[in-house]
Ligand binder design. Structure first.
Ligand code: SF4
Ligand code: SF4
Length: 113
């Protein structure tokens, strides 16, 4: 089983998890980051780094977010069509850059946490 990202990432997406992942298996989704289930090595390093508790081991996902298990898999199933998620410092720097992916993200998904 792999770890997965669930709903609380929406509007936060701070990329803190990316910095600690030893296998770079976070990918850039529109609303949240996704974990590639076949690349994740279950090391658990990312889980405590998430400020909004959006990361779960697949068997521990709360009932209301069970569908995110399939969504993580579906987002990654065609190989690496999504970009590998950037490190947190890169994402932070982009926020101030008008029109960048991070800049547009926080206009579209205002923080709700
Ligand atoms: S559990 Fe480990 S390998 Fe899997 S996404 Fe988190 S940090 Fe990466
Ligand atoms: S640390 Fe949590 S909120 Fe931040 S990008 Fe990763 S899953 Fe999303």
């Amino acid at each position: 089983m792999a770890y997965i990202v669930a709903e609380p990432c929406i509007g936060t997406k701070d990329h803190a998890c990316v910095d600690v992942c030893p296998v770079e298996c976070f990918y850039e989704g529109e609303e949240i980051l996704w974990i590639h289930p076949e690349e994740c090595i279950d090391c658990a390093a990312c889980e405590p780094e998430c400020p909004v508790a959006a990361i779960f081991e697949a068997t521990q996902v709360p009932e209301q977010w069970q569908h995110f298990i399939q969504q993580n898999a579906d987002a990654c199933k065609d190989g690496h069509t999504l970009p590998v998620a950037v490190q947190r410092a890169v994402w932070e720097a982009q926020k101030e850059e008008e029109g960048s992916e991070a800049n547009l993200y926080y206009k579209k998904y205002p923080a709700k946490h």
